[in-house]
Design a protein around this ligand. Sequence first.
Ligand code: WTA
Length: 695
Amino acid sequence: GRRGDSGLNSLASIRANFAIKALDGPAGDAVAVSVEREDVVEASEAFRERALVSSRAQYEEMYKRSVEDPDGFWGDIASTFFWKKKFPVKDGKLHSENIDVRKGRVAVEWFKGGETNICYNALDRHVEAGLGDKVAFYWEGNDVGVDAKLTYKEVLERVCQLANYLRSQGVKKGDAVAIYMPMLAELPIAMLACARIGAVHSVVFAGFSAESLYQRILDCKPNIILTSSAVKRGAKIINLKDIVDDALVRASEGGHTVGTCLTFDNNLAIKREDTAWQEGRDIWWQDVVPSQEKKCEVEWVDAEDTLFLLYTSGSTGKPKGVLHTTGGYMVYAATTFKHAFNYHDDDVYWCTADCGWITGHSYLTYGPLLNGASMVVFEGVPNYPDAGRCWEIVDKYNVTIFYTAPTAIRSLMRSGDEPVKRHSRKSLRVLGSVGEPINPSAWKWYHEVVGDKRCPISDTWWQTETGGFMITPLPGAWGLKPGSATLPFFGVQPAVVDENAQEQHGECSGYLCVKAAWPGMMRTLQGDHDRYETTYFAPFKGFYFSGDGCRRDKDGYYWLTGRVDDVINVSGHRIGTAEVESALVSHPMCAEAAVVGFDHEVKGQGIYAFVTLLEDVEYSEELRKALINAVRSQIGAFAAPDVIHWAPGLPKTRSGKIMRRILRKIASNELDQVGDISTLADTSVVEQLINLRGK
Ligand code: WTA
């Protein structure tokens, strides 16, 4: 292709990247990691008394069983859920797996032959157990003072009404339903309604552009899309319906027509009469859903029937439709939630993620509801109207478990301690972090200022593909080290491997892989099982490859060091460099582009784009803006490059491969570390680029 180094999944390219990235990866203050690594933060005696697992020895014992007898371990837990038809045990096994490409197709199944429904387990089961009046959602709107409360019974009724409507529109088991909604309570409700009737939800984060939404629609071909008229996020109003309309027009032109657009009338953000409308296709949610029956029969599905698709970025090509199935995902999401947050029935949980990402699936929707938790669903952003909003919400609902991303912590940290200390936060018990490596200074601020040194921090490492936590503290069970995700969850067998796919032992660093299947892992990529195998299982044969680098210390603790492939993690959002490059070159004046990540104080990583213009085109401020806009409209505002670096030429080898290693050094201003450039076709390019830095 245009960028010269396709085949990024080849071992050679991972190896080439690894030398750079895994060793001095983007973990913010990487130097501090090694200095501070010996700090161990223990939970208080009082905390440990209520811990589900209260010592490392107890964990070791449970862990041992989970890896030596995964069927017994997970079977016992799965039995605590409701199964319409109990999963069969064959020869002592209730799962089958092959993750070794040398032994044939990669295939993983858990609880196959068992029939259940995740919506039933998340809602009906609790209502039937007498918890109908327990609050499920404390919905907190973007604007202060706008809120709503929904009990388990009420959520169930709303889910049933929507499920009935979907059924009335002909949606049946296995059909895809696209969801492009803001964080209204109706978003998790929509996901559950799909699950209830066996439909496959495909939530697209409502910050993606029309083009991205269109691509996802074309891949999973839903006949119905659920959206909302608009959303107010912070001080901004975003007209979602216009974006959906645009995507649906593109989809029709591209060969797939979505018949129905069910639109939630979000009159706080926009009036009905100001919303663009296409008669016949567009329907107001409020006109058809509330009049439906409040009961809806459950569609019992096989444990291995698809629950949802969620698109995520990889290092090459278009986004991948990660496919999760029902039974294993259900058991895994629920169990990881319970243990990593040391969940108790009287907790009030708040996860700041959006349902458009995997965290919003596993730990805003399914995990907590499967545990019967009360939770806050927040529509807004952490610093609106000011940097004290989160703590105001914590006090308002007496939040006990707070789960957010390092980027939010760092951005709040910049506003100082006062907005935090202004609020009591005395309800807080456990804090969580997800999305990227948390740098020790942010970890400490979170622990000392937000948590008053009282709350253990669960730094949860996992991925869209893993379905649930993989490496995470179990609060109270062992000491924490700021910046380390600590130890593997039950049933997870991490392997740190070298470039020859040799597992390393003891203290080591390398590529983070997993050597056996776990219940929550993705089963395939939508419509592309080959890509599933080549991306995740071919680079290191015999292992699942995460794409992350890591180090394991003498205590067995894992320290994630960031991606070793061409994925950038911006504010916890995964963005493929290839996607940004392809958006840039879609601009008519752009000849070539190469994108790398660089350390960014708040976002973790920022996007740095080297751009070569067509011959005779002058670089200008106007063009810079137009290039950034190209990325906004192709992907979404969150992927907009921070820096456009004009590049008359790019550093390429004689075979035409762009040497990203050099670009990364230029982007991070480590000009003395550019290293060996003798293999470049034209070495003068490097100096030229250095001279144009900041211009
Ligand atoms: C990164 C988000 C270090 C990692 C759940 C991974 C982390 C990618 C952590 C997955 C963490 C996530 N420490 N790195 N606690 N959590 N990551 O699919 O690079 O959006 O591969 O899933 O985020 O991003 P995804």
